[in-house]
Each structure stands twice: as C-alpha cells, then as structure tokens.
Design a protein around this ligand. Sequence first.
Ligand code: F6P
Length: 368
Amino acid sequence: MKKIVISTGGGDAPGLNAVIYSVVHSCYKRGWEVYGSRDGYAGFLDIDDLVRLYPREVEGIYSIGGTILGSTNKGNPFSCPVENLAGEVRVVDISDKILNNYKRMGFDCHIAIGGDGSLDIAHRFAEKGMPVIGVPKTIDNDLERTERTFGFDTAVSTATDALDKLHSTAKSHNRVMVVEVMGRDSGWIALYSGIAGGADVILLPEIPFDIDAVCNKILDNELHDKHYSIVVVAEGAVTMDGRRFNKGKGELGRDEMILGGVAEWVAEEIHRRTGKDTRSLVLGHLQRGGSPTTFDRLLALRFGAAAVRMVEQRKFDHMVALKDSDMVAIPIAEAIARRKKVDLASDKVTTARDIGICLGDSLPQEKE
Ligand code: F6P
C-alpha cells in the first residue's frame, strides 16, 4: 500500500485533469491512496487544501480543461514573498515546513505535474529528500528531453482555428492581420499554427526579425495580386536590433515578466511602412482553455499511468517523457536544464520556407 500526493503547478494546460484521472485510476487499481494538493503546494501547508481522490471524484474529468486541483505560478516555496500589513515584502523559505508536513502525512511519493518552473521546485524537493516524479505540462512545449508536453497540441489547434477564421475577414478588407500567440521564448506554437493556418509571415523568438523583410513579403503579396496577409508572431519574438516586448513584472511572487505587445508594434510598423490597413490581436489565454484534443488527452493519460509505474520502480527525481512514441523516464534535472527551442534545421522550418512563408530574416539570396 502506498500513499501518493499529486499537485498541479504553473500555468494551466489542457490535459491536467486527464493526468489526474489516470494517476487516480492507476493507483486505485493497485490499492494505493491518492491525495490532491490544491493550488500547487497549498495542500502541504493546510490540511483543508488536501483532498482525498477516489475514482468518483475524477469521473469524466479527462475531457475537461483546467485542473480540478487549482494551480498557481506565484510563490515558489524556496523563495516565497510574504507581505505584512504595512505592505512590506520579505522573502522566506518555507520548503522545510512543506517537507516536514509531507513526512508527517506519511506520503510515499509526490507526483508533480508542471512546466520548467514547477519541475525545478520539484527537483529541489527531491534533493532535500522528497521522493518526486515529474509529469511534463505546458502549452509552450519548451521542456527538454520530451518530444511533447501535453497542452501544446490543443493550443496549436486553437491558434490554427483562429487563423482559419481570420483569413476571410482579412481578405474581405484587404488587411494585414497580426496575431500574437503564446510560447514564451520558444516559437513552437507560432511555427506549428502558422504553417497549418496558412500564415504569410511567422516570427519566432529563435529568429530575430527584420521588419523590412516582413514588409517586403507583404508588398510581394500585393505584386502577386494577394491584397491581404496573415502574420503570426510569438509573444517572445525579438527584433534584429534586440527589442523585446513585455508588460512588466507580474503579481507578487511571480518570477517572470508578463510578455506581450509585439503584435501591436508589428502591426503599426507594417502600416507605417507599407500604407496597408492593419489590425492586431492577442490570442492570449484562449490557447490555454477548452477540452484537450484527442492527442493531448491520450498523451496525458499515458503520462499519468507511466508516472505511477515509475513510483513502483522507485524512479524518483525523474520525469516521464515521450520518446520515439514511447514512455521513458529521464532525470528532471535534464528536462529543466534549458528551454527547448525550435530547431532551425528541422523540416518544419524548411517546410515553412519552401511553401513561401517569410520567417522575418533576410536570407542571403534576398540580401543580394
Ligand atoms: O507558460 C505558459 C504561458 O501560457 C506562456 O505561454 C505565457 O507567457 C504565460 O504562461 C502567461 O502566464 P499568465 O497566465 O500568468 O499570464
């Protein structure tokens, strides 16, 4: 008999509930107990935030977006900001308290579902002696050593759907539509949805862009009697002279900048330089919502079941990963060592170029 605790951390992603469903059923079949910690680590601090999960609690949730446990991307337990009544903030380390409570509750393993931030925290707990297994979640698909994270396929599908819808209105008004998609410093969502959604231009963080190259593509469309264009820009895209776009620091306890603003800038520059009517839109959190696609659902269910098998094999401080269509265990440290970037030599990038999509760079032949 084992006692497992499961948590969901960081930004939500479609498929979280499917992992929870799979872990609960896989444990139930083995006669193990499963508990869910609400809002990341809150359940380790307050018994009221710890819920016992039986199959009836998770009935039908595999197809629902979000997480029944709640999630947070604020308040890293190793450097947790605490504000007093005077508004003064001090940073405290509450990891020992969490570890002691984990031991007192008699858990055998913590299954942490998260992206790079949450898995970094999980890895630090593993180093302190908490048996941990990671499950790779993020719509950004930027975790190393796994071919996919769950949530990505759904986000791409939502973005592609939006692009399909934008074509008709762009064409009706002879406009340039600039669409900002998520993904932080990796261009996976932009690249996949841009190719599938018939974009004329795709701007990735991996290729600093030349706004002149973007405008040339739009003017070239005009020459070929195509009077509208679709530009997909990743929120983390950066100009050739190093300009990045963000909305400043987020809420208290949030480590990273809130990205945003690049689509608006690109749209204004295109209008200024080409005279074309432009509109920009930010797809934002739509990409994180909704039911997981069949691909994500299946991947998440497989990740959950594989994580429970890893508990049995005592593969702690490891993360379940997708490799060559199979489930494998890899050290969490390797998954979080750096963010996975789009490989510019991959066939997807070559495909984009082959079918005439401008990637914002001036290729040698275009410079001549
Ligand atoms: O990491 C997932 C993600 O959706 C990023 O693509 C995006 O930059 C960020 O989270 C948004 O975070 P928040 O929901 O806190 O605004």
